[in-house]
Design a protein around this ligand. Structure first.
Ligand code: SAM
Length: 94
């Protein structure tokens, strides 16, 4: 899909691809992923407004997401956003 088509989907709220719950495999395996670590930095390319990002940020981890749609970033609940070329970069830095 072209970038403009993604933007259009967000503007028209045609976001059937959005998952409203944290991914069940991430939830199930989070202890294995963390392996006792705190303050882990997670990267979410093509993040949309994935709720997984806020879930991890609320646990104290750093989250960086890259997304073309400003609307998606605004709705992600992740704190900061910066424009980088054609993409928005959002992160959980306080
Ligand atoms: C399948 S969706 C991801 C949805 C996300 N998991 C959620 O639950 O909201 C793919 C996302 O990638 C974004 N996207 C597509 N191509 C991109 C690109 N080249 N750069 C940045 N974002 C892009 C779209 O706007 C869309 O939000």
């Amino acid at each position: 899909m072209a970038l403009g088509e993604w933007e259009e989907r967000w503007q028209q709220n045609k976001i059937g691809f959005h998952q409203p719950e944290v991914h069940k495999m991430l939830k199930k395996n989070i202890d294995k992923v963390l392996n006792g670590r705190t303050g882990v930095r997670f990267f979410f390319p093509l993040c949309g407004k994935a709720v997984d990002m806020k879930w991890l940020a609320d646990m104290g981890h750093a989250v960086v997401g890259v997304e073309i749609s400003e609307k998606a970033i605004r709705k992600s609940g992740v704190l900061h956003q910066r424009r980088r070329h054609t993409n928005y970069l959002c992160d959980s830095k306080k």
